[in-house]
Design a protein around this ligand. Structure first.
Ligand code: E4P
Length: 287
């Protein structure tokens, strides 16, 4: 059963419908799922195939991803499933948009994931104008979150997610959770059309702080959600103390959400690295 005082939606970050099904049974509810190329590569069937020395043809891999997404979608019919386009450093906005449109038709409850780069934001702008739902991924700065807000102005609540990656900031000594708080504070003066999806969650402490902050959505690996279930689906209140363990806080920036998204400094080294890693994991599956 969904805990009554749960203020966030809970998604699992994964690429395996069997895992989703078992987790949903253990939690007693599940609000959605996020997927990405690296998670598809970790799917047991994909791994077994690679172990046999077999790879996928391009269309076959897309069909495989579609199959996973369709199974997952049926497990969370009232929720959302994020499906990520293939992008590398050279992928144009148009190319992302064409893929996004195709993937959007796979299931009735998709959010299309685009990287938060100039090309990804252009693709998002086009997508939102067509009424598609989007999830802007690989966000590592408040400026990128401001650009997502500005590029999707006019969208309705629930149509746009922004995914700041906590764990990957922690990995390099920055307090990823402070970025979540900063983005939520910045959006507090906005119209609410972008929902904050706390991503790259690695620990139960990340999950608990995001719950205490009431991040709109939290996506976490199954193992973190099982740990939460073992703790009785505990929901800390606003007084929850998060110990950053020496991680350096990310300072709040005063940014104007009313300006053109192109005026924000959106490039981030971790976004570029993240794109490269997703593309490499996807390409490693291909013949
Ligand atoms: C979610 O949408 C992201 O793809 C995911 O949380 C990334 O997590 P990672 O940094 O552990 O790969």
């Amino acid at each position: 059963m969904r805990p009554l005082k749960l203020g966030s939606r809970i998604f699992v970050d994964g690429g395996d419908a069997e895992e989703t099904k078992a987790l949903k049974d253990a939690l007693g509810f599940l609000d959605g799922q996020t997927t990405n190329p690296s998670l598809v590569a970790k799917n047991p069937e994909a791994k077994a195939r690679l172990d046999r020395g077999e790879k996928f043809a391009k269309q076959e891999l897309l069909d495989f991803y579609k199959g996973i997404v369709q199974e997952v979608s049926m497990l969370v019919p009232d929720g959302s499933v994020s499906v990520e386009v293939y992008a590398d450093a050279g992928t144009t906005a148009q190319r992302m948009f064409v893929q996004g449109k195709e993937m959007y038709a796979w299931i009735p409850n998709a959010h299309i994931k685009y990287p938060t780069t100039a090309a990804g934001l252009e693709a998002a702008e086009l997508s939102v104008k067509e009424g598609m739902r989007v999830n802007m991924t690989l966000v590592f700065s408040q400026a990128q979150a401001a650009a997502v807000y500005a590029a999707t102005r006019g969208a309705h609540k629930g149509q746009v997610f922004v995914s700041p990656f906590v764990g990957r900031l922690d990995d390099r000594g920055q307090n990823g959770m402070s970025l979540i708080k900063n983005i939520m504070d910045m959006y507090a003066v906005g119209d609410g059309h972008v929902e904050v999806l706390t991503a790259s969650v690695r620990t139960i402490e990340h999950l608990q702080f995001a719950l205490a902050l009431e991040s709109d959505i939290i996506t976490a690996p199954a193992k973190v959600l099982y740990e939460w279930a073992e703790n009785g689906l505990l929901i800390p209140d606003a007084k929850y103390h998060y110990d950053p363990n020496g991680l350096v806080p990310i300072p709040y920036e005063s940014l104007d959400l009313a300006v053109d998204w192109k005026s924000f400094a959106i490039t981030h080294e971790l976004t570029d690295k993240g794109i490269d890693r997703f593309a490499a994991d996807w390409n490693a599956l291909l013949v």
